[in-house]
Write a protein that binds this ligand. Structure first.
Ligand code: NAD
Length: 419
């Protein structure tokens, strides 16, 4: 019996088995590549504003230490479980290896609903979670970052809590911090900018032009809002957006700057307009050139993969496409070009790596330096993935995963059993 259960973990396992078959990895080697090195579960007790005590579950999964410390985001979500966290840690491993970062994957989180917590409660959860994690993390062991439900402020609380226990400021313990607390310029925007940059690369390959193209974006948090805004800057018309509170669609195009302002002010899209309201269940199957799922897992499924009408599916979220949907999309490879999650949203961890490097050296770059290097890293990864697709005629996802898995496998083979 494994503790790693649930549909998201099953997805990560199935993707891995597909790629392990393609790479001809013997069955005896597979478990060591797939299963995480460690899973930590902690209780996170906090006082609520109305004087009650409530205990959340906190998790951190560290997939492997073969290439360096582990690295990965922290998710606050009421449905979070250890299987989902493990899947996200595993995807982080393949993503870091694909982009050439010296990290194994990790992920963590707390099963709370951040939209229902007051700021004081959010701070209490964040500080207590980090306090419980102190024995298991460190700048050369495991470095946290934001993910769904967490942000720069949460990272500042993590960094401050860790630093208080060390008796000195340790900015390099987390990335995605505010610039005023050792963060790097452009980290907040990095994932969305990376998504848009790779859409541009895919368009070049498909001989499309951003100007005059259209896009639909699901999820309007960090990744979705910046993806939409950057695509709009490139000349792409944004036809539809949604978050967990609202969904808007207008064939003439939406005012993205106004949506971003509303989201920044209210935290959600609800209340932006009474016009252009659309059905979130059909948003993903409306016609557009670029579809960006940037919210949760498993939204492109066996039920709707046959109906998506985009030319480019840019996976801003982790795990938005189920293996069943992949089988359908693989049949439609001439119609739908998939930029797989471990490539498409890698901009975030790439700039997190830059932030960590700068914190370790106490030598800071300006935003243009980070952006230039980000594009260089993503271009390299995109080129490697396309070369493999062209050589072996495999789907884009399998090519990307294969490069990541092979790199970790090579390192494990020369190192031995420890990491
Ligand atoms: P976030 O918390 O900032 O935003 C999440 C967004 O998704 C919110 O707008 C929320 O309302 C929306 N949402 C939630 N459930 C939804 C639903 N059922 N339908 C439509 N919208 C829904 O999170 P984020 O950091 O933007 O992360 C989004 C995705 O991108 C996640 O899969 C995350 O793992 C992935 N990701 C994030 C980063 C990063 O740097 N933040 C990096 C790589 C990948």
């Amino acid at each position: 019996m494994s503790i790693y259960t649930g549909p998201v973990f099953a997805m990560a396992r199935e993707q891995f088995q597909t790629v392990a078959d393609y790479l001809d990895i013997p069955p005896s080697e597979r478990d060591r590549l797939l299963y995480p090195k460690r899973a930590i579960t902690v209780s996170v007790p906090v006082h609520t504003d109305d004087g009650r005590e409530i205990v959340y579950q906190g998790y951190r999964v560290q997939h492997h230490l073969t290439l360096g410390p582990t690295k990965g985001g922290t998710r606050y979500s009421p449905k979070l479980d250890v299987g989902e966290v493990a899947a996200l840690a595993i995807w982080m491993s393949w993503k870091c290896a694909l982009t050439g970062l010296p990290y194994g994957g990790a992920k963590g989180g707390v099963n709370c609903d951040p939209y229902k917590l007051s700021r004081r409660e959010l701070e209490a959860v964040s500080r207590r979670y980090m306090q419980e994690m102190i024995p298991f993390v460190g700048p050369h062991t495991d470095v946290m970052a934001p993910d769904m439900g967490t942000n720069e402020q949460v990272m500042a609380w993590f960094m401050d809590t860790y630093s208080m226990y060390q008796g000195q400021t340790v900015t390099e313990i987390v990335t995605g911090k505010p610039v005023s607390a050792g963060g790097t310029e452009g980290r907040r925007e990095a994932t969305g900018r990376g998504v848009a940059h790779l859409v541009g690369r895919a368009m070049e390959r498909l001989q499309m032009k951003p100007a005059g193209s259209t896009a639909i974006v699901q999820g309007f948090g960090n990744v979705g809002s910046v993806s939409a805004a950057t695509l709009a800057e490139m000349g792409v018309k944004i036809l539809g957006v949604s978050d967990h509170t609202a969904c808007y669609h207008d064939p003439k195009g939406l005012d993205v700057a106004s949506l971003v302002r509303h989201q920044a002010q209210h935290g959600v899209l609800a209340g932006w307009s009474t016009e252009a309201v659309a059905d979130p269940d059909t948003l993903l199957t409306l016609p557009c050139d670029v579809l960006v799922p940037a919210a949760v897992e498993q939204v492109i499924t066996g039920a709707n993969a046959g109906q998506v009408k985009c030319r480019i599916l840019a996976e801003g979220a982790n795990g938005p496409t189920t293996p069943e949907a992949d089988r359908i999309l693989n049949q439609r490879r001439g119609e739908v070009f998939v930029i797989p999650d471990i490539l498409c949203n890698a901009g975030g961890v790439v700039v997190s790596y830059f932030e960590w490097v700068q914190d370790l050296q106490q030598f800071f770059w300006d935003e243009s330096e980070g952006l230039k290097r980000l594009r260089h890293v993503l271009d390299g990864a995109f080129t490697r993935v396309m070369a493999r697709v062209d050589r072996d005629s495999v789907p884009n996802r399998d090519a990307a995963l294969a490069i990541g898995v092979q790199k970790v496998r090579d390192a494990k083979q020369v190192r031995g059993l420890f990491p």
